[in-house]
Design a protein around this ligand. Structure first.
Ligand SMILES: [Zn+2]
Ligand SMILES: [Zn+2]
Length: 746
């Protein structure tokens, strides 16, 4: 039986209501002493007969906390009269601040409670919910180091803040209509409108068909009703890309098939956008022309209040940004950049210090790691080096490894232009500062001309850190497992060891020694990136056949265009060689007339998947070629089969043709997945390995994923996929860190 001790708690212990939690437990158990944040940990000095019970409670922590370790040191001296929360002392952080958390049920209750002083208040929160990452300037997490500092607490908020019995006890985000952030409705020129009830007015405007920019937790959204989807597309110059929607909970079930797991995620503290299968694939076509639709529930008090007033059951809520650029956070920028796109602005005066997009999840797999999840912290032992992973080019983020933890930033975006690169650098620098990290190693993509590679090189020059290049598809495997395995990576494109375009790869071994033991056939991409934008070029690259040119001419290609394309392929001029899975799917999408021009990343393959969802797959013969050290799946033979079946179906025309297109699409996915799985199975048998790691953006395709799963599990192999990090390129910065750590350990 102990009766005293100094308790040191490490982990995610800031911004999660840890000190109020400790205070409340101390109070209940008659413990005397103090609690404080030191930046890297919570330090509790405690005296009392029920010390052990108190300690057990502390080890459990409040709901949002993540405890890594609890240490108990001896304590001398005499206790204070009661239990007090001390002012934080600053220091670097070994834990991490939590992500922004969706409004909790109790706070939603307050919004609609006649008696609550938070009734109707758009920015209420408590120790269990509300913004964190997006409002934090530096650590430790106290109000003075957040964008709440400019709002001086009124006496009533001050009382709740210091009242241990209150849910807002030491809630750094506490605010009310008297003292907190305020909403303003502005016209299209950014002039504030004199309106008593901006939310009610905004709801009316939306119902009447206006398009609004709404400043949320981590940035601006553009919002409108479903009826205005066409107009919004026209204004944004965005023709095909699906929009995400925010839906009233009671309307969601009618729109999409929602599994129990989806419901849990939708209602979790993350409140992500969940990509769901529509009940009727042709419904909501103006929002999404796919068989899926991205839906989220209201997650901030503002959203709950808006939906309480809206007649429409859903709103399109798309991130406000220029295509390919980071989401807009500042009011001035919004008014400047969104001119002509939105009719009104609903904004508030709390600064957004760290941008944060909505997270996106599909079938429990993370597509975009952001609000509610990131900064993401993973305990992993990568050795003594402090490592920065700068990510690849698309869907990038950064990861910093230090002292047994990898911290991954929220989604940054496609690092293809200077503003997005600047955002990547800022994000890395901010997290580096929080962690007090000094890089020993900087890991980057093998691609020599990525902007992120340039950043890595410049930073290495400046800091003296060592550079470790990491091949893209091996980084995917490293993000999945450190165990010996056969690793499958199927995605769009990545720079290979040989300078060619990889993207349908099978490796064998253990990080950081993965041999390329198989891949898809290397086929020409005529015109390089042009073949990505116009996948009919890819089709001819794979199948350089007169009949393909005939089909293209039927579709309006000129003699000259066809001649140039044919000569490019024949002579190998301006042709890249690719084993990419995405490009094969693109080519088939183009063949079937599903998508002939890509307007957003992944579009042809995603639309192929939608077409295939109504089709019936048949088993086609697979052709493999054994090259030295690697087995190669002939994608040419699959595309040729698809082509022959398509020509036959075209003869029959009408409904028959539609049906055949779906069946061919389903068959291509099915046989491509079987082929890839078989390479992995052969490699597993040869090497005696029993684990198959599967990663890459193509794995989001449910049909392909499930086919691979069935194939590899059938002979008793186990399939590993990462549910903690994206399957797509959002896992790469983490995989780079893992890879580099393992390289350095040798
Ligand atoms: Zn709350
Ligand atoms: Zn107040």
């Amino acid at each position: 039986m102990r009766d005293r001790g100094r308790i040191l708690v490490r982990g995610i212990v800031q911004g999660v209501g840890f000190r109020p939690f400790v205070y409340a437990r101390a109070h209940a158990l008659g413990i005397r002493g103090t609690v404080k944040n030191t930046g890297s940990q919570v330090e509790i000095d405690a005296w009392g007969d029920r010390f052990d019970e108190f300690l057990a409670d502390v080890c459990r922590g409040p709901p949002l906390s993540r405890i890594d370790s609890v240490e108990i040191l001896p304590l001398s001296g005499s206790p204070p009269a009661g239990f007090g929360i001390l002012i934080s002392s600053s220091g670097t952080l070994s834990g991490m601040i939590p992500p922004d958390v969706a409004t909790c049920g109790e706070c939603v209750g307050d919004l609609f409670d006649e008696k609550s002083r938070y009734r109707g208040y758009f920015a209420t929160s408590c120790v269990n919910c509300g913004p964190r990452y997006s409002i934090i300037e530096s650590l430790p997490y106290d109000r003075e180091r957040t964008s709440m500092f400019s709002f001086t607490m009124c006496p009533e908020c001050g009382m709740e803040y210091t009242d241990p019995a209150c849910r807002r006890h030491h809630a750094q985000t506490i605010a009310c209509p008297v003292c907190g952030p305020r909403l303003t409705l502005m016209d299209s020129d950014g002039r504030a409108m004199e309106i008593g009830d901006p939310i009610g007015e905004a709801a009316e405007l939306l119902d009447a068909g206006d398009i609004l920019a709404i400043r949320g937790i981590g940035g601006f959204h553009i919002a409108c009703t479903e009826e205005r989807a066409g107009e919004l597309k026209a204004r944004l110059g965005r023709t095909e890309q699906p929009f995400a929607v925010m839906v009233r909970e009671d309307a969601l079930d009618r729109m999409a098939r929602i599994g129990d797991e989806d419901w849990v995620l939708l209602r979790s503290e993350v409140h992500p956008i969940a990509v769901l299968v529509k009940r009727d694939p042709s419904a909501h076509a103006a929002i999404s022309n796919l068989h899926t639709i991205g839906c989220m529930l209201p997650y901030a008090p503002l959203h709950h209040l808006l939906f309480a007033r809206l007649k429409a059951p859903l709103l399109i809520m798309t991130s406000a940004n220029m295509p390919g650029y980071p989401m807009i956070t500042e009011i001035d920028t919004a008014v400047g950049k969104l001119r002509g796109q939105v009719d009104y602005y609903l904004t508030h005066d709390r600064r957004i210090l760290n941008r944060c997009d909505d997270s996106v999840i599909r079938d429990g797999f993370i597509i975009r790691l952001s609000r509610g999840i990131a900064p993401k912290r993973t305990r992993i032992d990568l050795g003594p080096s402090c490592i920065l992973g700068v990510g690849p080019e698309l869907s990038s983020n950064v990861t910093i490894y230090k002292d047994g933890f990898a911290i991954t930033s929220p989604h940054v975006g496609h690092v293809r232009n200077p503003p997005t690169l600047a955002y990547l650098e800022e994000t890395a620098e901010r997290i580096r500062g929080w962690l007090g990290a000094e890089y020993d190693v900087i890991a980057h993509d093998l691609h020599p001309s990525f902007l992120s590679t340039g950043y890595a090189r410049a930073l290495a020059e400046e800091t003296g850190a060592e550079l470790v290049p990491v091949q893209h598809h091996r980084a995917h495997v490293a993000a999945t497992t450190l165990e010996p395995c056969i690793g499958i990576t199927i995605d769009g494109v990545g720079y290979g060891d040989d300078g060619r375009v990889w993207g349908g790869e099978v490796f064998g071994g253990q990080v950081p020694h993965l041999d390329r033991v198989g891949h898809l056939e290397e086929v020409p991409m005529p015109g390089g990136d042009l073949a990505t934008r116009f996948p009919e070029r890819m089709l001819y690259g794979i199948l350089p056949d007169e009949r393909v040119l005939g089909l293209l001419m039927e579709r309006g290609w000129t003699d000259i265009q066809c001649g140039v394309l044919a000569r490019q392929v024949e002579r190998g001029v301006n042709v890249a060689w690719a084993s990419s899975t995405g490009r094969v799917l693109d080519a088939v999408s183009a063949l079937l007339g599903i998508c002939r021009e890509r307007t957003y990343d992944g579009e042809p393959a995603m639309r192929l998947e939608s077409a295939a969802s109504g089709g019936k797959a048949s088993e086609w013969p697979l052709e493999f070629v054994q090259k030295p050290g690697a087995e190669v799946l002939s994608t040419r033979s699959l595309v040729r089969r698809a082509f022959d079946e398509y020509l036959e179906a075209k003869e029959s025309g009408g409904n028959q043709e539609q049906k055949a297109v779906s069946d061919i699409a389903a068959s291509v996915q099915f046989n491509l997945a079987r082929g890839i799985a078989h390479i992995a199975i052969h490699a597993a048998h040869e090497s005696g390995l029993s684990r198959i790691a599967l990663s890459g953006g193509v794995v989001y395709n449910a049909a392909i994923r499930e086919t691979i799963r069935r194939e590899v599990e059938q002979p008793g192999l186990s399939l590993l996929m990462n549910r903690e990090y994206p399957l797509g390129d959002g896992c790469i910065s983490y995989g780079q860190c893992v890879w580099a750590g393992m390289v350095k350990r040798e």
